[in-house]
Write a protein that binds this ligand. Structure first.
Ligand code: HEM
Length: 460
């Protein structure tokens, strides 16, 4: 029970301990050594300055990485070595090619927003749990990224991806991972978790088989999987295949899992925050009206002129801090951080939730203030401004998130479209609590509690 319930809320305990023990402290849990990094300065010394940047880029061994991700064939759970460096570079390349630059991808995403618009129009002024439409939007973008087009919530691919995500969330839960990591033979006993593990293997297989089928369709639209297939054909000088089927399926699993819960959590939280702040909504709508107007759809080029919308996204990521401890790192050799000796194999806990809610780092950290990221002319602070540099929502250094640009641009398109089209208000006959960072549902990725809102179309 300790495993299941304490580890997902470890970030709250670490926040209390930071008040007692300061910017960096070590502790032991389940027989393992941990070091918690609790200030932006210490985190940067560990992740951005050599030799620590290289030493702390390792991951600790996990059951999930070993048994689900084919013995660390992936990017996110593997420790660096030569092959990993090539995989991470490939991950960057495919995300840049399919997720960030191509206008055809942008137009696909905009087409995807049409169903969001239809949903808002046909459900106007009704009490709604927005998760259904947010999940469909996020999974559609994942489908477009993966195979170049989306098939909607009733399509086979989306059903597989949804199930895959649910299972990853259960199986990668740090409590179960720790338990199965210590006693991996448990996976042969008929517990519910064993059933989940087996179903996850089958669902991964189903995803790959379905992608193979879709690959045969006669279409010009391409996604990451088309490129991965080509890379699987490559051979090194010694004839070795450097990127295998296991690498492809686990890379896709990383992307699907990393893209879904994180983006869902951000957009859902932003909707709840908006419903409680009519003044902020008015300012965002004014910006969207001035920059985009109502006759055309928002596009990624508008990000440059929508300073408040961008600040709203960054402040939401800081305030909710829904990946509270990033993915845990590990020390690949003995080192020193902030004067403390850190032994090889110590698990490194980037205590980002605490950094984002520390008075030393941010004024009024528990108050939601997008303006903290704007200068006195209302322009977004540059990314190298000290205030922006204290936000670690996507990590920092050698293991930072590969999908940051993709995620932020999708969130921008969703929120600017929403502000162009509708006003978000409290539900009818029910109360909607303000979103409080300490009340999120625990997990590797925190989620807001279920809630309902109403959408009122602006054209009326
Ligand atoms: C709001 C959305 C997102 C947030 C807040 C987020 C946050 C993070 C964080 C905190 C990490 C761990 C960094 C570390 O361990 O130091 C991470 C890693 C990663 N993310 Fe994201 N992420 C988001 C969306 C995405 C998307 C859309 C993708 C891909 C399509 C993606 C792909 C990855 C990958 C592959 C890694 C592993 C990198 C590595 O271990 O080297 N993420 N992300």
């Amino acid at each position: 029970m300790l495993f299941e319930f304490d580890l997902p809320t470890l970030y709250l305990k670490l926040n209390n301990w930071t008040a007692k023990y300061g910017e960096i402290f070590q502790f032991e849990l389940l027989g393992k050594k941990f070091v918690s990094l609790n200030s932006s300065e210490v985190l940067r010394e560990a992740f951005n300055q050599e030799p620590n940047a290289t030493i702390t880029a390792a991951r600790s061994p996990t059951f999930y990485g070993k048994y689900i991700l084919d013995n660390y064939s992936d990017i996110a759970f593997a420790s660096p070595n030569q092959d990993w460096t090539r995989r991470r570079k490939l991950g960057h390349q495919v995300l840049r090619a399919y997720g960030e630059g191509l206008s055809c991808v942008e137009s696909q995403i905009k087409r995807n927003l049409v169903s969001v618009k239809e949903y808002l129009r046909s459900n106007e002024n009704k009490n709604l749990d927005p998760s259904e439409i947010v999940e469909e939007f996020v999974l559609n973008t994942v489908e477009i990224l993966t195979i170049g087009r989306s098939f909607g919530r009733n399509g086979k691919l989306q059903k597989i991806l949804h199930r895959l995500d649910d299972l990853v969330n259960l199986v990668a839960n740090p409590g179960y991972d720790a338990l199965y990591g210590i006693m991996p033979f448990l996976r042969h006993f008929p517990f519910q978790m064993t059933k989940n593990i087996n179903e996850l293997h089958r669902t991964k297989q189903q995803m790959m088989e379905h992608l193979e089928t879709l690959l045969k369709d006669d279409t010009t639209e391409k996604g990451i999987y088309h490129t991965l297939k080509e890379v699987m054909e490559e051979r090194d000088d010694d004839g070795k295949q450097w990127f295998t089927q296991e690498n492809a399926s686990t890379l896709l699993m990383n992307f699907v899992a990393a893209a879904y819960l994180t983006t869902r959590g951000t957009i859902m939280s932003m909707i709840q925050i908006l419903a409680k702040r009519p003044e902020l909504q008015k300012s965002l709508q004014r910006e969207v009206d001035n920059v985009i107007g109502s006759d055309r759809e928002p596009s990624l080029a508008d990000r440059r002129s929508c300073h408040l919308t961008e600040a709203f996204i960054i402040e939401s990521l800081r305030y909710i801090s829904h990946v509270p401890l990033l993915i845990l790192h590990a020390a690949s050799q003995d080192t020193t951080i902030s004067g403390y000796t850190i032994d090889k194999n110590t698990i490194i806990v980037p205590n980002v939730w605490t950094i984002h809610h520390s008075e030393k780092e941010f004024d009024d950290p528990f108050i939601f203030k997008p303006e903290r990221f704007l200068d006195d002319k209302g322009q977004l602070l540059p990314s190298n401004d000290p205030v922006r540099k204290r936000v670690f929502a996507f990590g920092s250094g050698k293991r930072n998130c590969l999908g940051e640009v993709f995620a932020r641009s999708r969130i921008f398109l969703f929120i600017s479209t929403l502000m162009q089209l509708a006003k978000v208000i409290d539900p009818d006959g029910k109360s909607l609590p303000d979103l409080l960072p300490k009340n999120m549902i625990p997990g590797i990725v925190l989620q807001p509690q279920p809630f309902e809102v109403r959408f009122i179309l602006r054209s009326k």
